[in-house]
Design a binder for this molecule. Sequence first.
Ligand SMILES: *[C@@H]1O[C@H](CO)[C@@H](O)[C@H](O)[C@H]1NC(C)=O
Ligand SMILES: *[C@@H]1O[C@H](CO)[C@@H](O)[C@H](O)[C@H]1NC(C)=O
Ligand SMILES: *[C@@H]1O[C@H](CO)[C@@H](O)[C@H](O)[C@H]1NC(C)=O
Length: 411
Amino acid sequence: MEGAHNGRAWAATTATCLLLDPGEMHQKLRYPKWVYLSFLLMMLGHSYSSSRHMTVDPPHNLKIVDPGFLGHLNLQWQPPLTLGMFQHCTVQYELRYRNVDSEDWETIITKKLNYEDGFDLNQGVEAKIQTLLTGHCTNGSDVHSKWIQTSFWIPLQGEPETKIQEMQCINYNWKSLHCTWKPGEKIPKGANYNLYYWYKGLDRAVQCADYIESNGRHVGCQFPSMELAEYQDFNICVNGSSLALPLRASYFSFQLQNIVKPSPPEQLNLTQRNPEELHLEWKPPEGPVPSHCLTYEVQFQEDDASWVSRSTEKEMITLQKSNGSRRFCIWVRDKVNIYCANEGFWSEWSSQQCLEEQQDDDSWLLFIIIPVTLIMLNAILVASLLVQKQRTCLKQVLGKKEVHFYHEAIY
Ligand SMILES: *[C@@H]1O[C@H](CO)[C@@H](O)[C@H](O)[C@H]1NC(C)=O
Ligand SMILES: *[C@@H]1O[C@H](CO)[C@@H](O)[C@H](O)[C@H]1NC(C)=O
Ligand SMILES: *[C@@H]1O[C@H](CO)[C@@H](O)[C@H](O)[C@H]1NC(C)=O
């Protein structure tokens, strides 16, 4: 009785949560409040009228089993011991599970006696399950058992400060997976780390075969080709050992397509079509990243102005040039787009392409100004030499006074 009541309380809580889900609030708030209230009351009323006097046994022996797949766990249970008046009903189970630090439960309704999913083993896992009967076998009302519950923790070993730090995994150009980390803040002398990984298709966790080392300690792993491991959970555990003390293990889980850092675009070709328009084309990087999976960011700079960004899905862009700018520089980078992955890293920038305006007017002028100036300077030089010479001659012939007179006359 109390169990069924509890079950309904859960249903009611879920209903409230659904209504207040911030993601959907925007759309849902358009309806007046009383709509939700009456819906809620209806749900509560329904629960009191229907299942108060009809209960069924819960499933039993709910277990969380760790097959050693670094986070991929198996939830298992047994059917209710008796079904009482519901002998002929189809039995379903409502399973809820979560990591203990998570606010939301995953909810599954199934007729099976087990369920698998991925969890974060840095945290505990909890699960609960109830028997669920619906349909005409229960005269149209839902019948729930009470919940049974269980939880699971990987045995914690070692001090938290012995855990690795700053783990970073990158799938370079969708081809070569590397993970790197820093050792924990406080690790015993002679301790070392080991990396294990698993994805569906491997029958057990496999240790890294090609470690990256620094000061004799493992600080990273280069994985072999991982083509079969995309679009599914890829689980990693970095644990370790020392003679003195165990080290704290860390768990990670991601999908390989979501950590791709592509190579930069290639063969940039920048051309000027007319005085105000520039056109840039490029090629996607060589390698396994399908070109329809890439999105691009183009950055350009005119003279000394700041860089301006544009996004595009195509392998080309046409840009308007400002009046009077002389130098135009541009580069492109790429990233896996939302059609092929949920997230990813930007590539490095491509090589930079620049167009410098032929300084037509100015060079024209320079070609005139320089020779003209030279000729004029020359003429002045010759003229002053002539004057100097004449003055000397006159001095000899006429004497000081007349020279002065002559001099004043010139000016
Ligand atoms: C369903 O209704 C029928 C007739 O109204 C009744 O005989 C039967 O016991 C009811 N079953 C349950 C599970 O309440
Ligand atoms: C590290 O994890 C692997 C895979 O789970 C396990 O086989 C190994 O015994 C662990 N090593 C230590 C020292 O805990
Ligand atoms: C550039 O110059 C052209 C013609 O001289 C003029 O029509 C246009 O408005 C100018 N554009 C800008 C952005 O100044």
